[in-house]
Design a protein around this ligand. Structure first.
Ligand SMILES: *Cc1c(COP(=O)(O)O)cnc(C)c1O
Length: 223
């Protein structure tokens, strides 16, 4: 078991200005989150709606909850009242549902578009081509209760650091082009969410502003 406080402090010491740590607490009990909270951590990432619900209810209200996993449209309504950032929006349909549910509770939800850059067959995320079409289409501009704040991706699960770096670079190039083409006047479009326990040092070199680190802080997950 890692020492949660030490791990959090060590990661924070290497974060460049403007970059934040999302402590990924999925499958770890509320007591682990409390330990991280006591070390000053306020942003936590979860990827299952029911688990997030239960933790949100029993933990301090100044925690910023980030939903980092694949989100089903029928579950959006449960997290919209309190979630701070939804990382993995991968369809127009999901974004529209978030907008609709957010309107009902009078909120505007920050969202990231999930870009599929990994070479391996992953199920989720827009390919860069699909994401371009989605942005070009412009329907998102009429949604008043969501703010698109940037891009999220997961690199291939490989020991090949060169490949991981190339994938982050591709995501960053997409981010830069999208920013200048579609969000030139939107200061909110500024987040690049990439980097996990095994690849966050590379992610930090490749423009990440949000690293999502779980097992390095909390230890192995028992599913
Ligand atoms: C679980 C998860 C993480 C954290 O993974 P670790 O390898 O434990 O750091 C990051 N991002 C997403 C989307 C995840 O589901």
């Amino acid at each position: 078991m890692p020492n949660i406080k030490e791990e959090i402090n060590a990661i924070n010491r290497m974060l460049p200005e403007g970059t934040r740590l999302v402590a990924v607490s999925k499958f770890h009990p509320a007591s682990c989150i409390e330990e991280a909270y006591a070390a000053g951590q306020r942003i936590f990432g979860e990827s299952h709606v029911q688990e997030l619900q239960a933790k949100h209810e029993c933990l301090p209200k100044d925690i910023e909850w980030h939903f980092i996993g694949h989100l089903q449209t029928n579950k959006v309504k449960f997290i919209v009242p309190y979630v701070s950032l939804i990382h993995a929006v991968d369809s127009a349909r999901l974004l529209k549902e978030i907008d609709k549910q957010a309107a009902k509770v009078g909120r505007t939800i920050d969202c990231l578009l999930e870009l599929r850059v990994a070479c391996e067959e992953t199920k989720y995320g827009f390919t860069p081509e699909e994401c371009e079409i989605f942005l070009e289409n412009g329907e998102w501009r009429s949604l008043q209760h969501v703010t698109i704040c940037g891009i999220m991706c997961m690199a291939s699960n490989t020991d090949d650091a060169g490949q991981v770096r190339a994938e982050f670079r591709r995501a960053h190039a997409f981010f830069t082009k999208a920013k200048s083409t579609y969000f030139p006047d939107s200061p909110s479009f500024k987040e690049c969410s990439w980097g996990m326990s095994h690849d966050y040092p590379i992610a930090l070199e490749e423009g990440s502003t949000l690293i999502r680190v779980g097992s390095k802080i909390f230890g192995e997950r028992h599913y």
